[in-house]
Design a protein. Structure first.
Length: 180
């Protein structure tokens, strides 16, 4: 399923983000940047030690990555050229600026992609696994943030994929994209 915004496409894919042959995949990382479970674990396993090395170097230089922000590394052994490591918010009931922080993750990731003039970027459903963000709320915030970036920015990727790992998450994003 896909939808076009100012000539740029948002598409939904049911699958594994580590298999995507795109300019950059986005990781749902944590502030330490040193890896974890979920999609973060899968990306580090597939990307190999080169990705972790770069994360360690960034951490040594700049410290932890704040929630809502993102950093760039190479893709190591992944088919993607780069990994953008974004830190999503932990769901704490919805009154701790979770929606704004989640939208920031997507915007800051796309800003990094735009700075490098990348054309194709793939996102997972940030924060809706271990971090407990309800999928129905995350889907409209994520899609809204990306659609608004693609509509308003002069330089932006031409194709943004959401690579969703399970059919329920896929169906929820499909409903939210349809409603956008
Ligand atoms: N491809 C695409 N999506 C995936 C994959 C995959 N290979 N594997 C899991 N998902 P999560 P979070 C989905 O928990 O909630 C880590 O420990 C998963 O089904 O990976 O942002 C980090 O280090 C879910 O829909 O990320 C942080 O500490 C979505 O990716 C913490 O988890 C996000 O789930 C971040 O938690």
């Amino acid at each position: 399923m896909e939808k076009t915004f100012s000539g740029r496409v948002i598409e939904l894919v049911l699958g594994d983000i580590t298999h995507q042959r795109v300019d950059a995949i986005v990781n749902a990382a944590n502030s330490t940047l040193l890896g974890g479970g979920g999609v973060d674990g899968a990306i580090h396993r597939a990307g190999g030690p080169a990705v972790l090395e770069e994360c360690r170097a960034i951490r040594a230089e700049r410290g932890e990555c704040p929630t809502g922000e993102a950093v760039l590394t190479g893709g190591g052994g992944l088919p993607a050229r780069y990994v953008i490591h974004a830190v999503g918010p932990v769901w704490r009931g919805g009154d701790q600026a979770e929606a704004e922080l989640l939208a920031s993750c997507y915007r800051n990731s796309l800003r990094i992609a735009a700075e490098l003039a990348l054309q194709t970027v793939a996102f997972p459903s940030i924060s809706t696994g271990i971090y407990g963000y309800p999928v129905s709320l995350a889907a409209s915030t994520a899609l809204g943030a990306v659609a608004s970036f693609l509509t308003t920015e002069t330089v932006a990727p031409t194709r943004v994929s959401f690579v969703l790992f399970d059919p329920v998450t896929f169906a929820t994003y499909a409903g939210a994209l349809d409603a956008l």
